[in-house]
Design a protein around this ligand. Structure first.
Ligand code: ADP
Ligand code: ASP
Ligand code: MG
Length: 425
Protein backbone atom coordinates (compact mmCIF):
# COMPACT_ATOMS: atom_id res chain seq x y z
CA UNK A 1 0.00 0.00 0.00
CA UNK A 2 1.32 3.44 -0.90
CA UNK A 3 0.64 6.93 0.33
CA UNK A 4 -0.50 9.37 -2.33
CA UNK A 5 -0.79 13.14 -1.91
CA UNK A 6 -3.22 14.69 -4.39
CA UNK A 7 -3.72 18.43 -4.77
CA UNK A 8 -6.81 19.82 -6.48
CA UNK A 9 -6.70 23.43 -7.67
CA UNK A 10 -9.56 25.91 -7.52
CA UNK A 11 -10.77 25.24 -11.06
CA UNK A 12 -11.13 21.52 -10.25
CA UNK A 13 -13.48 22.29 -7.33
CA UNK A 14 -15.19 25.37 -8.78
CA UNK A 15 -18.74 24.23 -7.95
CA UNK A 16 -20.72 21.42 -6.29
CA UNK A 17 -20.47 19.28 -9.44
CA UNK A 18 -16.70 19.74 -9.50
CA UNK A 19 -16.41 18.78 -5.84
CA UNK A 20 -18.46 15.61 -6.45
CA UNK A 21 -16.34 14.72 -9.51
CA UNK A 22 -13.12 15.15 -7.53
CA UNK A 23 -14.56 13.19 -4.58
CA UNK A 24 -15.21 10.22 -6.91
CA UNK A 25 -11.65 10.31 -8.16
CA UNK A 26 -10.29 10.40 -4.61
CA UNK A 27 -12.46 7.46 -3.53
CA UNK A 28 -11.21 5.46 -6.55
CA UNK A 29 -7.60 6.13 -5.52
CA UNK A 30 -8.38 5.05 -1.96
CA UNK A 31 -10.22 1.90 -3.16
CA UNK A 32 -7.25 0.87 -5.27
CA UNK A 33 -5.39 0.33 -2.00
CA UNK A 34 -3.68 3.64 -1.27
CA UNK A 35 -3.66 5.92 1.71
CA UNK A 36 -4.76 9.29 0.40
CA UNK A 37 -4.01 12.80 1.64
CA UNK A 38 -5.71 15.55 -0.34
CA UNK A 39 -4.74 19.21 -0.45
CA UNK A 40 -7.47 21.47 -1.75
CA UNK A 41 -7.60 25.09 -2.94
CA UNK A 42 -10.46 27.53 -2.56
CA UNK A 43 -13.37 27.07 -4.99
CA UNK A 44 -12.94 28.73 -8.41
CA UNK A 45 -11.96 32.39 -8.13
CA UNK A 46 -12.88 32.67 -4.44
CA UNK A 47 -9.44 33.98 -3.42
CA UNK A 48 -9.54 36.74 -6.07
CA UNK A 49 -13.06 37.68 -5.00
CA UNK A 50 -12.02 37.88 -1.34
CA UNK A 51 -9.03 40.09 -2.27
CA UNK A 52 -11.36 42.38 -4.28
CA UNK A 53 -13.64 42.61 -1.28
CA UNK A 54 -10.75 43.44 1.05
CA UNK A 55 -9.56 46.20 -1.30
CA UNK A 56 -13.03 47.70 -1.32
CA UNK A 57 -12.82 48.27 2.43
CA UNK A 58 -9.11 49.17 2.61
CA UNK A 59 -6.64 50.19 -0.14
CA UNK A 60 -3.76 48.34 1.56
CA UNK A 61 -5.43 45.62 3.65
CA UNK A 62 -3.67 44.70 6.90
CA UNK A 63 -1.63 41.54 6.25
CA UNK A 64 -2.81 39.62 9.31
CA UNK A 65 -6.47 40.28 8.60
CA UNK A 66 -6.08 39.50 4.90
CA UNK A 67 -4.70 36.09 5.87
CA UNK A 68 -7.66 35.52 8.20
CA UNK A 69 -9.99 36.35 5.32
CA UNK A 70 -8.25 34.37 2.58
CA UNK A 71 -7.85 31.16 4.60
CA UNK A 72 -11.64 31.00 4.84
CA UNK A 73 -11.73 30.09 1.12
CA UNK A 74 -9.90 26.81 1.64
CA UNK A 75 -11.97 26.01 4.74
CA UNK A 76 -15.08 26.03 2.61
CA UNK A 77 -13.72 23.67 -0.04
CA UNK A 78 -12.08 21.27 2.43
CA UNK A 79 -15.28 20.79 4.41
CA UNK A 80 -17.45 20.37 1.30
CA UNK A 81 -15.00 17.88 -0.19
CA UNK A 82 -14.94 15.83 3.03
CA UNK A 83 -18.78 15.79 3.01
CA UNK A 84 -18.87 14.70 -0.64
CA UNK A 85 -16.40 11.86 0.03
CA UNK A 86 -18.34 10.70 3.08
CA UNK A 87 -21.55 10.60 1.09
CA UNK A 88 -19.83 8.12 -1.25
CA UNK A 89 -19.35 5.82 1.75
CA UNK A 90 -15.68 6.61 2.39
CA UNK A 91 -14.57 8.12 5.71
CA UNK A 92 -12.87 11.49 5.41
CA UNK A 93 -11.74 14.28 7.74
CA UNK A 94 -10.79 17.84 6.88
CA UNK A 95 -8.02 19.83 8.58
CA UNK A 96 -6.89 23.45 8.47
CA UNK A 97 -3.22 24.08 7.69
CA UNK A 98 -2.56 24.70 11.36
CA UNK A 99 -4.26 21.43 12.40
CA UNK A 100 -2.24 19.62 9.73
CA UNK A 101 1.02 20.88 11.28
CA UNK A 102 2.03 23.32 8.56
CA UNK A 103 4.39 25.63 10.46
CA UNK A 104 5.52 28.82 8.76
CA UNK A 105 7.50 31.96 9.49
CA UNK A 106 5.44 34.95 10.53
CA UNK A 107 5.44 36.93 7.25
CA UNK A 108 1.83 37.53 6.32
CA UNK A 109 0.60 36.95 2.74
CA UNK A 110 3.77 35.14 1.65
CA UNK A 111 4.93 33.01 4.54
CA UNK A 112 7.49 30.26 4.05
CA UNK A 113 6.95 26.78 5.40
CA UNK A 114 9.64 26.04 7.97
CA UNK A 115 8.40 22.69 9.25
CA UNK A 116 5.58 20.21 8.80
CA UNK A 117 4.51 18.05 11.74
CA UNK A 118 1.82 15.89 10.17
CA UNK A 119 1.00 13.71 13.22
CA UNK A 120 -2.75 14.28 13.01
CA UNK A 121 -2.80 13.64 9.26
CA UNK A 122 -0.83 10.40 9.62
CA UNK A 123 -3.13 9.26 12.44
CA UNK A 124 -6.21 10.10 10.40
CA UNK A 125 -5.10 8.11 7.34
CA UNK A 126 -3.93 5.25 9.59
CA UNK A 127 -7.51 5.07 10.90
CA UNK A 128 -8.70 4.63 7.31
CA UNK A 129 -9.79 8.17 6.54
CA UNK A 130 -9.00 10.25 3.54
CA UNK A 131 -7.37 13.34 5.10
CA UNK A 132 -8.25 16.62 3.43
CA UNK A 133 -5.92 19.55 4.15
CA UNK A 134 -6.65 23.20 3.40
CA UNK A 135 -3.95 24.40 1.03
CA UNK A 136 -2.04 27.69 1.07
CA UNK A 137 -2.13 28.22 4.84
CA UNK A 138 -0.17 27.56 7.98
CA UNK A 139 0.51 28.93 11.42
CA UNK A 140 3.44 30.84 12.84
CA UNK A 141 4.72 29.48 16.14
CA UNK A 142 6.23 32.88 17.03
CA UNK A 143 3.08 34.96 16.67
CA UNK A 144 0.49 32.11 16.89
CA UNK A 145 -1.13 33.80 13.90
CA UNK A 146 -2.57 32.17 10.80
CA UNK A 147 -0.49 32.82 7.67
CA UNK A 148 -0.86 32.26 3.93
CA UNK A 149 1.87 31.13 1.55
CA UNK A 150 1.25 33.52 -1.36
CA UNK A 151 -0.89 33.03 -4.45
CA UNK A 152 -0.87 29.48 -5.76
CA UNK A 153 0.53 28.30 -2.42
CA UNK A 154 -1.54 25.10 -2.26
CA UNK A 155 1.02 23.54 -4.61
CA UNK A 156 3.66 24.11 -1.93
CA UNK A 157 1.43 22.68 0.81
CA UNK A 158 1.05 19.50 -1.25
CA UNK A 159 4.76 19.00 -1.84
CA UNK A 160 5.63 19.86 1.77
CA UNK A 161 3.11 17.32 3.06
CA UNK A 162 4.34 14.72 0.56
CA UNK A 163 7.88 15.22 1.87
CA UNK A 164 6.85 15.11 5.54
CA UNK A 165 4.67 12.01 5.04
CA UNK A 166 7.26 10.30 2.85
CA UNK A 167 4.62 9.90 0.14
CA UNK A 168 5.17 7.78 -2.95
CA UNK A 169 3.97 10.51 -5.26
CA UNK A 170 2.61 14.04 -5.24
CA UNK A 171 -0.07 14.55 -7.88
CA UNK A 172 -1.07 18.11 -8.78
CA UNK A 173 -4.49 18.07 -10.45
CA UNK A 174 -5.44 21.10 -12.49
CA UNK A 175 -7.48 22.24 -15.51
CA UNK A 176 -4.97 21.34 -18.26
CA UNK A 177 -3.32 18.00 -19.12
CA UNK A 178 0.09 18.88 -17.71
CA UNK A 179 2.89 21.34 -18.23
CA UNK A 180 2.92 22.62 -21.82
CA UNK A 181 5.55 24.43 -23.87
CA UNK A 182 3.51 27.62 -23.31
CA UNK A 183 0.28 28.54 -21.55
CA UNK A 184 -2.44 26.62 -23.48
CA UNK A 185 -4.78 29.57 -22.94
CA UNK A 186 -2.49 31.66 -25.15
CA UNK A 187 -0.92 29.12 -27.50
CA UNK A 188 -3.38 26.56 -28.89
CA UNK A 189 -0.47 24.74 -30.52
CA UNK A 190 1.41 24.34 -27.24
CA UNK A 191 2.74 20.82 -26.71
CA UNK A 192 2.42 18.76 -23.56
CA UNK A 193 5.79 17.99 -21.99
CA UNK A 194 6.14 14.36 -20.77
CA UNK A 195 9.06 15.05 -18.45
CA UNK A 196 10.80 18.23 -17.34
CA UNK A 197 13.72 18.64 -14.92
CA UNK A 198 13.31 20.51 -11.66
CA UNK A 199 15.75 23.14 -12.97
CA UNK A 200 13.79 24.01 -16.13
CA UNK A 201 10.46 23.83 -14.28
CA UNK A 202 11.78 26.18 -11.63
CA UNK A 203 12.67 28.77 -14.27
CA UNK A 204 9.30 28.37 -16.06
CA UNK A 205 7.44 28.68 -12.76
CA UNK A 206 9.36 31.73 -11.60
CA UNK A 207 8.82 33.30 -15.02
CA UNK A 208 5.05 33.10 -14.70
CA UNK A 209 3.93 29.58 -15.73
CA UNK A 210 1.47 29.36 -12.90
CA UNK A 211 0.65 25.71 -13.53
CA UNK A 212 3.14 25.10 -10.68
CA UNK A 213 4.27 27.58 -8.08
CA UNK A 214 8.04 28.13 -8.02
CA UNK A 215 8.30 27.60 -4.27
CA UNK A 216 6.64 24.23 -4.68
CA UNK A 217 9.21 23.21 -7.30
CA UNK A 218 12.03 24.51 -5.06
CA UNK A 219 10.70 22.41 -2.21
CA UNK A 220 10.28 19.33 -4.44
CA UNK A 221 13.84 19.67 -5.68
CA UNK A 222 15.23 20.06 -2.17
CA UNK A 223 13.46 16.92 -0.91
CA UNK A 224 13.56 15.09 -4.26
CA UNK A 225 9.79 14.58 -4.48
CA UNK A 226 8.67 13.73 -8.05
CA UNK A 227 5.57 15.68 -9.06
CA UNK A 228 2.95 14.47 -11.53
CA UNK A 229 0.98 17.41 -12.97
CA UNK A 230 -2.26 16.25 -14.61
CA UNK A 231 -5.85 17.13 -15.32
CA UNK A 232 -8.66 16.34 -12.89
CA UNK A 233 -11.04 16.47 -15.88
CA UNK A 234 -9.39 13.78 -18.07
CA UNK A 235 -7.78 10.47 -17.19
CA UNK A 236 -4.69 11.24 -19.26
CA UNK A 237 -1.16 10.91 -17.96
CA UNK A 238 0.36 14.33 -17.41
CA UNK A 239 3.85 15.75 -16.95
CA UNK A 240 6.48 14.35 -14.59
CA UNK A 241 8.69 16.91 -12.91
CA UNK A 242 11.72 15.23 -11.35
CA UNK A 243 15.49 14.93 -11.25
CA UNK A 244 15.82 11.94 -13.52
CA UNK A 245 14.18 11.56 -16.94
CA UNK A 246 11.28 9.10 -17.00
CA UNK A 247 11.26 5.94 -19.13
CA UNK A 248 8.79 5.77 -21.99
CA UNK A 249 8.60 2.22 -23.35
CA UNK A 250 12.23 1.23 -23.83
CA UNK A 251 13.42 4.80 -24.16
CA UNK A 252 14.34 7.55 -21.79
CA UNK A 253 12.70 10.91 -22.45
CA UNK A 254 15.41 13.32 -23.57
CA UNK A 255 16.11 16.68 -21.96
CA UNK A 256 14.65 19.28 -24.35
CA UNK A 257 16.93 21.98 -25.75
CA UNK A 258 14.21 24.55 -25.13
CA UNK A 259 11.54 23.65 -22.57
CA UNK A 260 9.11 26.43 -23.24
CA UNK A 261 7.97 30.03 -23.23
CA UNK A 262 6.52 31.63 -20.12
CA UNK A 263 4.76 34.94 -19.72
CA UNK A 264 3.80 36.99 -16.73
CA UNK A 265 1.47 39.97 -16.56
CA UNK A 266 1.41 40.13 -12.77
CA UNK A 267 4.35 42.50 -12.45
CA UNK A 268 4.70 46.27 -12.57
CA UNK A 269 7.64 48.57 -13.16
CA UNK A 270 8.76 51.32 -10.81
CA UNK A 271 11.17 53.98 -12.09
CA UNK A 272 12.99 56.17 -9.60
CA UNK A 273 13.75 59.27 -11.65
CA UNK A 274 16.69 61.59 -11.01
CA UNK A 275 18.81 59.63 -8.55
CA UNK A 276 22.24 61.14 -7.76
CA UNK A 277 24.83 58.93 -9.48
CA UNK A 278 26.97 58.23 -6.43
CA UNK A 279 27.72 55.25 -4.14
CA UNK A 280 24.98 54.32 -1.67
CA UNK A 281 21.93 55.57 -3.56
CA UNK A 282 20.93 52.22 -5.07
CA UNK A 283 21.58 50.57 -1.71
CA UNK A 284 19.24 53.04 0.02
CA UNK A 285 16.47 52.50 -2.55
CA UNK A 286 16.59 48.74 -2.34
CA UNK A 287 16.96 48.78 1.47
CA UNK A 288 13.69 50.72 1.66
CA UNK A 289 12.05 48.16 -0.64
CA UNK A 290 13.39 45.14 1.22
CA UNK A 291 12.44 46.62 4.61
CA UNK A 292 8.87 46.68 3.26
CA UNK A 293 9.29 42.90 2.59
CA UNK A 294 8.92 43.32 -1.16
CA UNK A 295 10.74 40.98 -3.55
CA UNK A 296 11.91 42.59 -6.73
CA UNK A 297 12.68 40.91 -10.02
CA UNK A 298 14.60 42.81 -12.73
CA UNK A 299 16.66 45.97 -12.16
CA UNK A 300 18.00 48.42 -14.74
CA UNK A 301 20.03 51.54 -14.10
CA UNK A 302 20.33 53.96 -16.99
CA UNK A 303 23.62 55.65 -17.83
CA UNK A 304 23.62 58.99 -16.07
CA UNK A 305 23.57 62.17 -18.09
CA UNK A 306 27.01 63.59 -17.39
CA UNK A 307 25.70 67.15 -17.23
CA UNK A 308 23.23 66.48 -14.44
CA UNK A 309 24.98 63.65 -12.60
CA UNK A 310 21.53 62.08 -12.21
CA UNK A 311 20.39 58.65 -13.29
CA UNK A 312 17.13 56.64 -13.40
CA UNK A 313 16.71 53.26 -11.75
CA UNK A 314 13.88 50.95 -12.85
CA UNK A 315 12.85 47.69 -11.27
CA UNK A 316 9.98 45.24 -11.55
CA UNK A 317 7.95 43.83 -8.68
CA UNK A 318 4.60 42.08 -8.16
CA UNK A 319 1.70 44.44 -8.94
CA UNK A 320 0.21 43.49 -5.60
CA UNK A 321 3.22 45.12 -3.89
CA UNK A 322 3.11 48.28 -6.04
CA UNK A 323 1.29 50.61 -3.62
CA UNK A 324 3.47 49.40 -0.72
CA UNK A 325 6.67 50.06 -2.71
CA UNK A 326 5.63 53.59 -3.66
CA UNK A 327 4.68 54.28 -0.05
CA UNK A 328 8.07 52.95 1.18
CA UNK A 329 10.03 55.06 -1.32
CA UNK A 330 8.04 58.21 -0.57
CA UNK A 331 8.77 57.69 3.13
CA UNK A 332 12.49 57.34 2.40
CA UNK A 333 12.50 60.49 0.29
CA UNK A 334 14.47 62.60 2.75
CA UNK A 335 17.31 60.04 2.80
CA UNK A 336 17.26 59.34 -0.97
CA UNK A 337 17.32 62.50 -3.07
CA UNK A 338 15.35 61.45 -6.14
CA UNK A 339 13.17 63.69 -8.32
CA UNK A 340 10.07 61.60 -8.82
CA UNK A 341 8.58 58.11 -9.04
CA UNK A 342 6.91 56.52 -12.05
CA UNK A 343 4.66 53.48 -11.77
CA UNK A 344 3.74 51.41 -14.81
CA UNK A 345 1.50 48.36 -14.46
CA UNK A 346 0.95 47.82 -18.18
CA UNK A 347 3.98 45.60 -18.69
CA UNK A 348 4.48 41.90 -19.45
CA UNK A 349 7.48 39.65 -19.07
CA UNK A 350 8.21 36.99 -21.68
CA UNK A 351 10.80 34.32 -20.98
CA UNK A 352 12.38 31.52 -22.95
CA UNK A 353 13.61 28.60 -20.83
CA UNK A 354 15.83 25.67 -21.69
CA UNK A 355 18.95 23.91 -20.44
CA UNK A 356 20.17 23.82 -24.06
CA UNK A 357 20.78 27.57 -23.97
CA UNK A 358 24.03 27.03 -22.14
CA UNK A 359 25.59 25.39 -25.19
CA UNK A 360 23.74 27.13 -28.04
CA UNK A 361 24.98 30.69 -28.44
CA UNK A 362 22.42 31.57 -31.15
CA UNK A 363 19.39 31.27 -28.87
CA UNK A 364 19.45 34.86 -27.60
CA UNK A 365 19.74 36.33 -31.10
CA UNK A 366 16.92 34.08 -32.39
CA UNK A 367 14.72 35.14 -29.47
CA UNK A 368 15.24 38.86 -30.17
CA UNK A 369 14.75 38.24 -33.93
CA UNK A 370 11.41 36.55 -33.31
CA UNK A 371 10.26 39.48 -31.18
CA UNK A 372 11.39 42.06 -33.70
CA UNK A 373 9.63 40.26 -36.57
CA UNK A 374 6.46 40.41 -34.48
CA UNK A 375 7.02 44.16 -34.02
CA UNK A 376 7.51 43.83 -30.27
CA UNK A 377 9.58 46.48 -28.53
CA UNK A 378 11.85 45.35 -25.69
CA UNK A 379 12.05 47.54 -22.56
CA UNK A 380 14.16 45.47 -20.13
CA UNK A 381 16.27 42.33 -20.49
CA UNK A 382 17.55 39.83 -17.94
CA UNK A 383 19.17 36.43 -18.29
CA UNK A 384 20.16 33.40 -16.26
CA UNK A 385 22.10 30.36 -17.38
CA UNK A 386 19.00 28.71 -18.79
CA UNK A 387 16.58 31.64 -19.31
CA UNK A 388 16.23 34.90 -21.22
CA UNK A 389 13.50 37.32 -20.18
CA UNK A 390 12.30 40.58 -21.66
CA UNK A 391 9.78 43.16 -20.54
CA UNK A 392 7.35 44.46 -23.18
CA UNK A 393 4.03 46.31 -23.26
CA UNK A 394 1.24 44.18 -21.80
CA UNK A 395 -1.02 44.48 -24.85
CA UNK A 396 1.38 42.59 -27.14
CA UNK A 397 2.06 39.69 -24.81
CA UNK A 398 -0.01 37.03 -26.60
CA UNK A 399 1.44 37.84 -30.04
CA UNK A 400 4.95 37.87 -28.62
CA UNK A 401 4.57 34.50 -26.91
CA UNK A 402 3.14 32.90 -30.07
CA UNK A 403 5.91 34.35 -32.21
CA UNK A 404 8.65 33.02 -29.95
CA UNK A 405 6.92 29.64 -29.59
CA UNK A 406 6.78 29.21 -33.40
CA UNK A 407 10.29 30.53 -33.98
CA UNK A 408 11.77 27.85 -31.72
CA UNK A 409 9.83 25.05 -33.44
CA UNK A 410 7.69 24.35 -30.39
CA UNK A 411 4.30 24.38 -32.19
CA UNK A 412 2.56 21.00 -32.29
CA UNK A 413 1.00 19.72 -35.53
CA UNK A 414 -2.45 19.65 -33.98
CA UNK A 415 -4.36 21.96 -31.64
CA UNK A 416 -3.88 19.50 -28.80
CA UNK A 417 -3.82 21.86 -25.85
CA UNK A 418 -7.17 21.52 -24.10
CA UNK A 419 -8.24 23.86 -21.31
CA UNK A 420 -10.95 22.06 -19.33
CA UNK A 421 -12.02 24.74 -16.88
CA UNK A 422 -11.06 27.78 -14.92
CA UNK A 423 -11.35 31.40 -15.95
CA UNK A 424 -7.60 31.97 -16.31
CA UNK A 425 -7.85 34.70 -13.68
P1 ADP B 1 -5.17 25.52 -10.27
O1 ADP B 1 -6.43 26.25 -9.99
O2 ADP B 1 -5.40 24.09 -10.58
O3 ADP B 1 -4.08 25.75 -9.26
P2 ADP B 1 -3.83 27.39 -12.00
O4 ADP B 1 -4.74 28.34 -12.66
O5 ADP B 1 -3.02 27.86 -10.84
O6 ADP B 1 -4.67 26.11 -11.64
O7 ADP B 1 -2.80 26.76 -13.05
C1 ADP B 1 -3.27 26.15 -14.22
C2 ADP B 1 -3.19 27.16 -15.35
O8 ADP B 1 -1.83 27.47 -15.59
C3 ADP B 1 -3.68 26.66 -16.70
O9 ADP B 1 -5.07 26.79 -16.82
C4 ADP B 1 -2.91 27.53 -17.68
O10 ADP B 1 -3.69 28.59 -18.15
C5 ADP B 1 -1.76 28.10 -16.84
N1 ADP B 1 -0.44 27.86 -17.44
C6 ADP B 1 0.50 28.83 -17.62
N2 ADP B 1 1.57 28.33 -18.21
C7 ADP B 1 1.35 27.01 -18.40
C8 ADP B 1 2.12 25.95 -18.98
N3 ADP B 1 3.34 26.14 -19.43
N4 ADP B 1 1.55 24.72 -19.03
C9 ADP B 1 0.31 24.51 -18.55
N5 ADP B 1 -0.45 25.47 -18.00
C10 ADP B 1 0.05 26.71 -17.92
N1 ASP C 1 -6.51 29.78 -3.24
C1 ASP C 1 -5.16 30.29 -3.31
C2 ASP C 1 -4.99 31.12 -4.56
O1 ASP C 1 -5.91 31.26 -5.34
C3 ASP C 1 -4.13 29.22 -3.20
C4 ASP C 1 -4.11 28.25 -4.35
O2 ASP C 1 -5.08 28.14 -5.10
O3 ASP C 1 -3.10 27.57 -4.51
O4 ASP C 1 -3.92 31.64 -4.77
MG1 MG D 1 -2.32 27.03 -9.04
Amino acid sequence: MGLVVQKYGGSSVADAEGIKRVAKRIVETKKSGNQVVVVVSAMGDTTDELIDLAEQVSPIPAGRELDMLLTSGERISMALLAMAIKSLGQEAQSFTGSQAGVITDSVHNKARIIDVTPGRIQASVDEGNVAIVAGFQGVSLDTKDITTLGRGGSDTTAVALAAALNADVCEIYTDVDGVFTADPRVVKKARKIDWISFGDMLELASSGSKVLLHRCVEYARRYNIPIHVRSSFSGLPGTWVSNEPIEQGEQQVEQALISGVAHDTSEAKVTVVGVPDKPGEAAAIFRAISDAEINIDMIVQNVSAASTGLTDISFTLPKSDGPKAIEALEKARTAIAFDSLRYDDQIAKISLVGAGMKTNPGVTADFFDALSRAGVNIELISTSEIRISVVTRADVVAEAVRAVHSAFGLDSDSDEAVVYGGTGR
